[in-house]
Design a protein around this ligand. Structure first.
Ligand SMILES: [Zn+2]
Length: 413
């Protein structure tokens, strides 16, 4: 039975939903027998994928205090900003962050979030908070806890991996799947990396980890006797096929080709790379498996693509890179979620966006209309924003009283 039909759009295409999937997408509308959502002034396209982000940082644009002194390098940016934020997250602020991030993602046409979560003072149950918010707001998500030893050593990492395992085993949600997370090679021991690999093999879930975002990660791996973080993760058997490596800025072209041979995904994050001054990831052009992520910035993939266009042009990137990154996002998320996201076709996921006059007009996810005429249907966006502002004010208070400290599990420069 048909529940929903979009179109015809300005090209004459109609998308008909049947049982939550695409029943028909094409120029000749069948007798749909259902209410049609008008989009004659727009174009129906697949929803966008944000292939690497941090939902917990959604409140940051709402007045997060600046560090007391200017960070001098990448590790100091982590220590003085993001690691103080993540230690201050509690269940209420995480829930407000996740609802705001998911709602704004849908309103900007993004229908899948690949999240990498960290909240060292709220590990057990954290992934349920994120996943429940995504399911309620109506966005697809892949979630993991990024296990690390940077605050409390090995027991902290074991709690992080236990949270991934618990979520993967117990999750019954329609729109959300679990992955195994590590923060980065430079904040974990060999033992933690081995355990993450074992969990991937036991659960069938991929690993999601930051790799070579900054030269500090490479230098750390070398000090530990490895050629680099990619080789370290590989030698300790953590890189199962389909795993997601965020950044790869400081990988060589040979390493990027090796990642492709291992059937791994890489994710480029232009706005974050620019803000953290870690460099442009030129060697990623050696792989055909590179998607686009926002690394905690709002999930507006149009804005992220603009940043890629600007930085790519300055770094001799070929013009097809944009289409490649967007197509890879659909392939990455489709592979992990076990669905076809693009191109829109019968039998594939009914995740689509109508763009009209350069704005997101309608959004459907799994066949459900979640945004109509630019309005979120699944929750009250004004209340979400109010709650976010309230939680943000309390979060900044906690963050101000959280001292900057160097992690005990790290070997830093
Ligand atoms: Zn990240």
């Amino acid at each position: 039975m048909t529940a929903l039909a979009l179109g015809p759009d300005s090209t004459g295409a109609v998308l008909v939903v049947r049982n939550g999937s695409v029943g028909h997408f094409g120029p000749h509308p069948p007798d749909a027998g259902a209410g049609r959502v008008d989009c004659s002034d727009g174009v129906i396209i697949p929803g966008a994928v944000n292939a690497h982000t941090h939902i917990y940082s959604a409140l940051a644009p709402l007045g997060m205090p600046a560090p007391q002194r200017e960070p001098r390098n990448f590790v100091e940016i982590l220590e003085q900003v993001w690691w103080r934020l993540d230690r201050s997250i509690d269940a209420d602020s995480l829930r407000a962050s996740a609802r705001l991030y998911a709602a704004e993602a849908l309103l900007s046409g993004t229908t899948v979030l690949v999240d990498h979560h960290e909240s060292p003072n709220l590990i057990e149950g954290a992934l349920d908070v994120v996943a429940d918010a995504c399911e309620e707001i109506g966005i697809r998500a892949v979630v993991c806890y990024g296990a690390t030893e940077r605050n409390h050593g090995l027991p902290e990492a074991q709690s992080g991996l236990a949270e991934c395992r618990r979520f993967i085993v117990t999750n019954r949600r329609t729109l959300v799947r679990g992955a195994v997370g590590l923060h980065a090679s430079f904040t974990v021991s060999d033992e933690t990396i081995r355990e993450a690999g074992e969990l991937c093999r036991a659960s069938g879930a991929p690993l999601h980890v930051h790799v070579a975002e900054d030269a500090a990660d490479v230098e750390d791996a070398r000090r530990r006797g490895y050629e680099g973080p990619l080789q370290r993760l590989h030698r300790l058997r953590a890189l199962e096929p389909r795993s997601i490596l965020a950044h790869g800025v400081h990988l060589s072209e040979d390493e990027v080709r090796f990642a492709e041979q291992l059937r791994l995904w890489l994710v480029q994050n232009p706005r974050s790379n620019r803000a953290n001054r870690v460099g442009y990831p030129s060697s990623l052009r050696a792989s055909s498996h590179v998607a686009l992520g926002t690394d905690g910035y709002p999930a507006d993939m149009h804005a992220e693509a603009e940043a890629l266009r600007e930085d790519g042009a300055r770094n001799g990137e070929r013009s097809a890179v944009m289409a490649d990154r967007i197509s890879c996002g659909h392939r990455l998320a489709g592979e992990i979620l076990g669905i076809d996201l693009a191109p829109l076709a019968a039998g594939g996921a009914a995740d689509a966006v109508v763009i009209a006059a350069g704005r997101v007009r309608h959004v459907i996810v799994a066949g459900h209309l979640v945004v109509c005429d630019g309005q979120l249907l699944t929750a009250d966006i004004a209340k979400i924003r109010e709650e976010a502002a309230r939680e943000a004010a309390q979060l900044w208070e906690r963050m101000r009283s959280t001292a900057v400290r160097r992690g005990s599990g790290m070997r830093l420069l």
